[in-house]
Design a protein around this ligand. Sequence first.
Ligand code: SF4
Length: 408
Amino acid sequence: GQCIQWCPSGAISERDDIDKVLKAISDPNITVVVQTAPATRIGLGEEFGMPVGTNVQGKQVAALRKLGFDVIFDTNFTADLTIMEEGTELVKRVKGELKMPIPQLTSCCPGWVKFVEYFYPDLIPNLSTAKSPQQMEGTLMKTYYAETNNVDPKKIFSVAIMPCTAKKFECQRPEMVSARKDLNDSNVSPDVDVVLTTKELARMIKRAGIDFTSLPDDQYDQLMGSGTGAGAIFGTTGGVMEAAVRSAYYLITGQQPPSALWALTPVRGMQGVKEAAVNIPGVGDIKVAVISGLANARMVMDQIRAGNTSWAFIEVMACPGGCEYGGGQPRASSPPSDADRNRRAASLYTIDAKAKLRNSHDNPQIKQVYADFLTSPMSEKAEELLHTHYISRAEEFVPKKTEENKLY
Ligand code: SF4
């Protein structure tokens, strides 16, 4: 809750959040549905002595099942869905079909979104209206999953395992209750009830006495439990951009992207600002940028404000290197070395390279959710459930500054 902003260690909220989840698990009338972010699977193993970057996806699912979670979904699924919504929005902006400016800015990192709301509220229209994968998954748990399985959404408790402490703030944003609005029932709780960090999950596993390293691999539950290689790389800087470019190519041309787009190397690596130009038949070169770290973001935002850019799409992650070393991730060394960052990134790129499906638009569960529930990207229903809005927080910031000025 409230303490997250003021308690730097997160200790108070941590205890409360784990307790809330344990309470829901112990209630036989509640279906506890959990999702795991792309970066959690390449961080969790280190808490159990495994080498940096080890992919423990199967063991993570097995541990969640042993802890008593009823349904285990993968945020990689909604990473793919985010690409469908955000990619469609980008194409519409570039073609001038939406009266919204370019460059379009990604909106999946709540630390970054809040930064824009505080310091660049005039550029809020540049932020994609697509919700983050966490919030899309939460919304769909209480609508699509509930409807498909005939479960009362009021009896669903939705948990997200995230690499990130800012995600705890995001799930409490007052607008993140679209399931409640959609179902016209004010008693449905927020779309994501509780966010636990990867470190908190490790603590739960240790407290339960689970021998993590010897767990056999388990599989996600289906409906919303499959992601493509494109969804997997969301966990590192540049990943959202690569995933978006693959599907933007398809959305614009109707053709599958060439395999050269399966490794868009200029946007890989740990530099804070990266650029690439992608040629898409019919529209020519689309220029994109990838930023990680808020100091770098500030430089780029000042250029956009000055009207000085030719980029169509910019990915921004608040944490240097992206979510793989978010504030909720285990870390052997602090701050982590670039070698460690690259090890975790390499693990995600391996998941992508080995995946049978590497484009978000090829995910059969994505095709199914549109056919059975959402109709099409940016349909009325998709807009209502999967898109959001932002507010200027410039005013909030000023009084705090005044307080500070009074103090010093
Ligand atoms: Fe959270 Fe950092 Fe990832 Fe942003 S980049 S979503 S703050 S872990």
